[in-house]
Structure formats: structure tokens, C-alpha cells
Design a protein around this ligand. Structure first.
Ligand code: 5GP
Length: 191
């Protein structure tokens, strides 16, 4: 098995279950290590700086951009920036592990377009926008207005699914987990 220089990217419209599946992958494959992104958004109550994200000011984020410290970055929401740090990749690879990214669709698309070697991209979706809507309502962490925004955005993000290596329809979590397991097992075996 080779881990050298490898990256696995989970991407999806919000509410598709991407983070659940990324956490599942991390829990069953000790070869994987989560790449902690930098963000300008405020921490949520349960989040830990340096574990969930590196929480930085807008000024600090700007310096990261200017100093070329970011592998990729996006303004995911209005005035909220998120970016993958080169230093995370170096840390992970120096531990002989595979980097796992949980990033938005545009950021993942940009990486995919640069046709990198050793990158596995997995796009997670629900079978329909209705299912996604229901899930966002059940998650109860967004207002109706924010849910409408996310649905609109999701329908745009779905246009990009053809660019990724694999698409998993996550209506049944147990099946989606099995698919994640198979894809990663196979990817880890590649030289
Ligand atoms: P949240 O604020 O809910 O943690 O994340 C919002 C969105 O930003 C999610 O889709 C998440 O995957 C994405 N995201 C997190 N870190 C990065 C990053 O480093 N780069 C990009 N492009 N998106 C990110």
C-alpha cells in the first residue's frame, strides 16, 4: 500500500451527508488523516481550534493567500473564506498518511481541473432535491430562508458532479458507507 502524496476529497452540496461519510472513512482507515482547513467563520460551540478548523481573522486569511500558504481556497459563503493549507499536506504526508479533505464543490472542482495525480474525488448527493430539502429541515440547524438558499445552491452544484471520479447517492447511509469503504480500499492499494 502506498500513501505517499495521496489526497481523498469528499465534496457535496450541503446536507448530503458528506461530513458523516468523511468521519466514517477516518474512523475505519488509520491510514487517513483529516486536513484541517483555515476559515474566517466563527467557531461553533463544540468546535476546537486546530482540530475542526484553524479559526483566523480576515486579515490573517489575506496573509495566508499573499504568502502562498494555501493549496486552494474559496469564499464559500458571502465573506466567509475557507482554505486548505500546504502545511497540513506536508504534516500528513510526512506522517506517511493520506490527506482527507472535506471541502465545497467549487474548491474540489478546481483541484480536479488541475488533473492532479494521486487524488480521489468523491461527490456525495441525495437522489433528489426533495430528499435534500427534507434532510435540511430535519437537521433543524437552518432557517427556512437559509434552506431555500442551500437548495438553490445545491441545484447549481449538482451540475458539477460529472467532473468527479465517483458519485455516491446517499439515501441509505449503510450502502453509502460500504461504497466509501470499497473506493478507499481500492485507492489505497494503488502504487
Ligand atoms: P462549515 O462552515 O459548515 O464547516 O463548512 C461550509 C462548507 O465549506 C462545507 O461545504 C465545507 O466542506 C467547506 N470547506 C471546509 N473547509 C474548506 C476548505 O479548505 N476549502 C474549501 N474550498 N471548502 C471548505
Amino acid at each position: 500500500m502506498s500513501t505517499q502524496g495521496k489526497i481523498i476529497i469528499f465534496t457535496a452540496p450541503s446536507g448530503s451527508g458528506k461530513t458523516t461519510l468523511a468521519k466514517y472513512a477516518l474512523s475505519i482507515f488509520p491510514e487517513l488523516s483529516f486536513s484541517v482547513s483555515a476559515t474566517t467563520r466563527n467557531p461553533r460551540p463544540t468546535e476546537v481550534d486546530g482540530k475542526d478548523y484553524y479559526f483566523v481573522s480576515h486579515q490573517q486569511f489575506q496573509s495566508l493567500i499573499e504568502d502562498h500558504k494555501l493549496f486552494e481556497y474559496q469564499e464559500v459563503y458571502s465573506n466567509q473564506y475557507y482554505g486548505t493549507l500546504h502545511s497540513e499536506l506536508q504534516r500528513i504526508w510526512s506522517e506517511n498518511k493520506v490527506a482527507l479533505f472535506d471541502i465545497d464543490v467549487k474548491g474540489a472542482y478546481k483541484i480536479e481541473q488541475s488533473k492532479p495525480k494521486n487524488v480521489l474525488t468523491i461527490f456525495i448527493k441525495t437522489s433528489s432535491l426533495d430528499v435534500l430539502h427534507k434532510r435540511l429541515v430535519e437537521r433543524a440547524s437552518d432557517s427556512e430562508e437559509s434552506i431555500e438558499k442551500r437548495i438553490k445552491r445545491a441545484s447549481n452544484e449538482l451540475e458539477y458532479l460529472k467532473y468527479f471520479d465517483y458519485v455516491i447517492t446517499n439515501d441509505r447511509l449503510d450502502l453509502a458507507k460500504n461504497m466509501v469503504k470499497l473506493l478507499i480500499e481500492d485507492f489505497l492499494k494503488l502504487p
